[in-house]
Design a protein around this ligand. Sequence first.
Ligand code: PLP
Length: 430
Amino acid sequence: MQITPEQLAFDREHIWHPYSSMINPPPMTPVVSASGTRLKLNDGRELIDGMSSWWSTIHGYSHPALNEAAKSQIDQMSHVMFGGITHEPAIELARKLVRMTPEGLDKVFIADSGSVAVEVAIKMALQYWQSLERGEKHKLLTLRGGYHGDTFGAMSVCDPVTGMHEIFTGVLPKHHFVPRPASKFGEPLQSEDSEALEAVLRAHANEIAALILEPIVQGAGGMYFYSADYLKRARELCDQYEVLLIADEIATGFGRTGKLFACDHAGISPDILCVGKALTGGYMTLAATLTTDTIGQTISAGGAGCFMHGPTFMGNPLACAVANASLGLIETGQWQTQVARISEELKTGLTPAAELESVADVRVIGAIGVVERKEPVTLSEVQPMFIEHGIWVRPFGRNVYLMPPYISSSEDIAALTSGIVDVLRELERA
Ligand SMILES: *Cc1c(COP(=O)(O)O)cnc(C)c1O
């Protein structure tokens, strides 16, 4: 179906888009359908997708297995409340998640979005310490440069500069921050990084419930990749200082970094794990928070007698059924060769960008390729240029990056990387 000019005008007048203004609404690209790695526009043009719709559509759009899962589940039931009722899609999803995630995570909370999964993780950590009559452990510790979502609890552990602390000062709880680790991915741990983390724990562990971090890859906070040794050390320090470790794998989970979970790079298990984004292959909103048997038992033995959370659409059968199909595709293991190939192609294709005057760094991990510029890009300027090159790329801040679907062909990746290099070159000439 074509989108009419009247509909576009209505959109501008009435609809909030992510981080949008009602005074100066950003231009919108009307998409009428999507299939494989292609987004089809109103005017008939097709764009090669480099974003996986914010890192979620790992199997591509309109995948036959996911379409089938959604259709057959709709004929069974789209939704039923989860309070006092259970159903096969949720049971099978929990079974898969317990099987696939790092060892020891066997209690599953099915949440409705990434931010909610983070809220649930934070609440689990707080309830855990309350149950142990150590309610004074109610603060969080996190890394600068992180991103954990847009709700209040999640916001409070986002980067204090690029996040939303400034406009919500006084409303957001104050937590502890350590610098973003200087130890880069593939490099050994620098002692300053380890010491900075330990210093805060030594001084404040008595009031810290949990360390929350994005393992290995900090996503929306800056597309930064840090040392696996840092993550390993963080796990050790959390154990030593009696602080829970929450791994937010909403962006990194299900193969994106070249391992099934980013925690696998360090061979560690967190106490609490959040997954989301790619969970349903990008079909609909769904997330999960997993924890250990001990934490589950401890929370349940506390004063409240239960875990205090339960959204209306918890365990939505339709979303669970599609997630099961998506995880089924992951379990074939094909992602490993796909991600490894894409990784090499991203390296080859983006390397020429490193020569450019305006570029500060080029880095690749798994199926994530980042060109970091010295100056921020102007979205309204570059978005049309990428579209002109037939690719959908949506940079933020100084980062022009790719997180393509795993099914992307070599030709897709070549078009995405050469498109980025060309656009950056054109910007320098302008
Ligand atoms: C996207 C993201 C979130 C928030 O997920 P939503 O589904 O947008 O609420 C949280 N943590 C990380 C690491 C993310 O990338």
